[in-house]
Structure formats: structure tokens, C-alpha cells
Write a protein that binds this ligand. Sequence first.
Ligand SMILES: [Zn+2]
Length: 85
Amino acid sequence: MEVSAPSRAVRFALVKVVAPMSIDERLDLEFAYTSYGDSCRDLFSPSYRCRRPFGHDGEHAAGFGTHRVLWLHHPDHGPDAPPMT
Ligand SMILES: [Zn+2]
């Protein structure tokens, strides 16, 4: 009996599971699970504050989809807003 190759649907499912999340998908998740009070809130512009968790690594980020902005922290600039207590 011949063993057939996985069907197209199965291969698609495998790719979805194995493929790492894109940066955008990861940021969407971070924003979804981080309350405003727990977020970094580094200021990018009057309309954008970082929505990643306070103390995160790497670039600051805000906004969704085409409005997403990423920026590096200014070395002379402390955390814009500490966590609310
Ligand atoms: Zn940040």
C-alpha cells in the first residue's frame, strides 16, 4: 500500500503551527494583555505612548495595523511614566 503525502490542509496547518509569530502579531498580543497602567507609556508623540509592558526589552511600540509605530528609547530620557499603583 502506498503512503500518500499529507493533504494540502494538513500541510497548511503544520506551517501555521511551526511558523514563528511575526513582530506585529507579538505586539498585538502584548498590547492585548497589558493594561494601560502596566504599560511603559514612553512618549513618542502627543498621540502615541508605548503600550508594551513596563520594563520591556527593545524598541517602544504603539498603535495597531498601519498606525503602528516603533521607536528606540532616547538614552537621556528616563522612563516616561512608571507603573501606576
Ligand atoms: Zn516602551
